[in-house]
Design a protein around this ligand. Structure first.
Ligand SMILES: Nc1nc2c(ncn2[C@@H]2O[C@H](COP(=O)(O)OP(=O)(O)O)[C@@H](O)[C@H]2O)c(=O)[nH]1
Ligand SMILES: [Mg+2]
Length: 327
């Protein structure tokens, strides 16, 4: 092994070893390439990473070509899929660029994104897929786009608050989403909208580094439906970029659960990702489909009153709990 590999590099390499999907593998290799110390001793390794990357990318493209011809539908990867929707120039691509390593085009001219483009956003120990979409306008949402929005796990509405038409942007997007029955009129996510799995929707108010943004933000706050959280953010100054990352995770309504074998330390590698509200039995089912019927008892580290507490089968788990299943 070449000398001077940093902890960041080894971490990225570990993520690659644990990656299950092509997108996760590509994201991990990109990370490895980005953080590898650039010197003579790592040249061969760098070339090797690049070779693996281009092979995976080719594979991905080949799959896309032979797959179903719906240009807006992006195959879901990672712990959840979040699709960005907004007017031209609102800053969608800039957000995807800031939170992932995807090669997005950020441009001052509108319609610079013609097709959806996905990138993997790391949140602590999991990866979440962000999908940059072509813009919607006052008049129209591109034909075929509603399927991709309905199929997402969550939506991020992007509004440029530096612009005096930010209210029109918000209302325009909401109108499309309501007309297409993607959102209920009150923007609540609860049951009532058929045929899709949306668990959340949120507004990113972008470009808050620009002069008019603060005033516009105050106005916009009055009009955002109560069901939608709004996160002000600037990609240029990076203000709130990390807050946005966490809010996107929260929006998906997922929890990360780690497993533990009796008498051994917990496995803090790749967590199981479950829906918020999942119980010990759901966790058992995620580990193995035979487990729920065999499950005798469980112990929890984390959310229980004390570490290692025995809990019933219907105990509701929390993010980052460690579970020891006894079968
Ligand atoms: N000042 C500032 N400019 C931004 C910010 N985010 C995006 N922009 C600029 O706004 C323009 C449109 O951004 P882009 O991400 O391509 O918008 P999209 O059409 O929604 O994908 C580009 O010129 C970006 O440089 C930001 O946070 N602050
Ligand atoms: Mg764009």
């Amino acid at each position: 092994m070449p000398a001077n590999l940093t902890p960041q590099y080894l971490e990225a390499e570990q993520a690659f070893k644990e990656a299950k999907t092509t997108a996760e593998k590509i994201a991990a290799l990109e990370e490895m390439l980005a953080v590898i110390p650039k010197h003579k001793g790592t040249e061969k390794l760098q070339a090797d990473i690049k070779r693996r990357l281009s092979k995976l990318r080719e594979e991905g493209e080949r799959k896309a070509k032979t797959g179903r011809q719906d240009p807006f539908l992006i195959e879901r990867h990672g712990a959840g899929q979040v699709v960005l929707v907004g007017f031209p120039n609102s800053g969608k691509s800039a957000i995807v660029g800031a939170l992932t390593r995807a090669k997005v085009t950020v441009a001052e001219y509108p319609f610079s994104t013609a097709l959806p483009l996905a990138g993997m956003m790391q949140f602590e120990d999991i990866w979440i897929q962000l999908v940059d979409m072509p813009p919607v306008t006052e008049e129209e949402m591109p034909a075929g786009m509603s399927g991709a929005l309905r199929n997402a796990d969550a939506l991020l509405i992007v509004v440029d608050v530096s612009s005096d038409d930010c209210l029109d942007q918000l209302e325009g997007v909401l109108r499309h989403l309501r007309e297409k029955r993607i959102l209920r009129d009150d923007c609540e996510m609860a049951a009532g909208v058929r045929g899709h799995t949306l668990t959340g929707c949120m507004v990113a108010a972008t470009k808050i580094d620009l002069p008019r943004s603060r005033d516009n933000l105050e106005i916009l706050k009055e009009y955002v439906p109560p069901a939608l959280e709004m996160v002000p953010v600037s990609v240029a100054s990076r203000e709130n970029v990390e807050t946005l990352r966490r809010r996107v995770f929260d929006l998906l309504g997922i929890i990360r659960i780690y497993t533990k074998v009796p008498g051994k330390p917990p496995d803090m590698g790749q967590p199981f990702v479950l829906k918020r509200g999942s119980s010990v039995v759901d966790m058992a089912a995620a580990v193995h489909r035979d487990f729920p019927s065999k499950l005798k008892s469980a112990r929890i580290w984390g959310s229980a009153r004390f570490d290692g507490q025995s809990v019933p089968r219907d105990y509701i788990l929390h993010d980052r709990d460690i579970v020891e299943l006894h079968v």
